[in-house]
Design a protein around this ligand. Structure first.
Ligand code: ASP
Length: 324
């Protein structure tokens, strides 16, 4: 009897020690956070805020690496093939779900290649135009697009990006196909828009808010159900007679097969980062907010991907949009 109690106590103590050891051991070197779009764009902006805060909690630097191409799928493929040790992570968004239908071939398997860490944030989108675009409001934009259909250009970050998805919805709503110009991210697309090189695009508030606030671009619509206090003059889709709402949820993933101890430690760091005041303040300035703790979990992100693949599949199939 005494022996059993002793053995049980001993087992409990060694389990605790084992757990503490595993936690102390990871991470022992810097972690790479792959952002699958260009520097200076919306995902990069979220990634850098997150990397700094997670790094503080992990006691190791989290270094952002931009691996661009094919609407984010190239960077995702890189993470799928990375060592399964928790030192290479992916920050991506709704594209994880839409690309599953948009692409006939992907360099990874949506439901098999990744181990979810958790949700990060949901970002509204805005339709913005170049500074000299001769359209004062949304109706003016639609009018301009239809009258100049043969030459009007809409920027995006490639098939699978949020800007592509939003552009697809916009074109189907106004029943007008336009020429799209793909970039490795909407960061460089914004540079061209500001220089009047492309006419308009739909991009996330994480990069458009400062440009709208300073009047550097024309703003026609926001995809959130209500107007945003950071850009109060921009009308909602409903107000301009459009029927679409779009929130660009973001998540963090590791390659599948990453040890549970590392995943748990990363979840802890993610939840720490999202509870940080400076993170909330920075996000708020860009018209978004950190996901609640209950969503910053592997289960919540897995459920999101599953639900979103199912939600977008019929819409993408109906739009007949595919890439190889
Ligand atoms: N998130 C992309 C970027 O950071 C843009 C997009 O998805 O539309 O450039």
């Amino acid at each position: 009897m005494k022996w059993t109690v002793f053995a049980a106590a001993f087992a409990a103590v060694s389990l605790m020690a084992g757990g503490a050891f595993a936690q102390a051991a990871f991470p022992s070197r810097p972690i790479t956070l792959i952002v699958p779009f260009a520097a200076g764009g919306p995902t990069d902006t979220v990634g850098r805020v997150l990397a700094e805060a997670m790094g503080r909690n992990l006691g190791q630097q989290v270094v952002v690496e931009n691996v661009v191409g094919a609407g984010g799928t190239t960077g995702a493929g890189r993470v799928a093939e990375a060592a399964k040790d928790g030192y290479t992570l992916l920050l991506w968004h709704i594209g994880m779900a839409t690309s599953d239908t948009l692409y006939r071939k992907l360099p990874y398997k949506t439901f098999e290649s990744f181990a979810a860490i958790g949700l990060v944030t949901e970002v509204p989108m805005t339709i913005i135009g170049r500074p000299r675009l001769p359209a004062a409001d949304f109706a003016g934009l639609v009018d301009y697009v239809k009258k100049n259909a043969d030459k009007v250009t809409m920027g995006n970050a490639g098939v699978g990006s949020a800007s592509h998805l939003c552009g697809m919805l916009f074109q189907s709503q106004i029943k007008q196909v336009v020429t799209t110009v793909p970039y490795p991210g909407t960061g460089p697309a914004m540079t061209d828009l500001l220089g009047d090189q492309i006419d308009f695009m739909c991009d996330q508030t994480t990069t458009t808010t400062p440009q709208i606030q300073t009047g550097s671009v024309k703003a026609y619509m926001v995809t959130s159900p209500e107007r945003l206090e950071q850009i109060p003059n921009v009308r909602t889709a409903k107000e301009v007679g459009m029927d679409f709402q779009l929130a660009i949820w973001h998540g963090v993933w590791a390659p599948s097969g990453t040890p549970p101890a590392a995943i748990n430690r990363l979840v802890e760091a993610l939840q720490f980062a999202l509870a940080e005041r400076p993170v909330a303040q920075r996000f708020s300035g860009l018209a978004t907010s950190p996901s609640p703790k209950a969503d910053a979990t592997p289960a919540a992100l897995d459920a999101k991907v599953k639900a979103e693949v199912a939600r977008w599949k019929p819409l993408i199939q109906a739009a007949g949009q595919y890439a190889d």
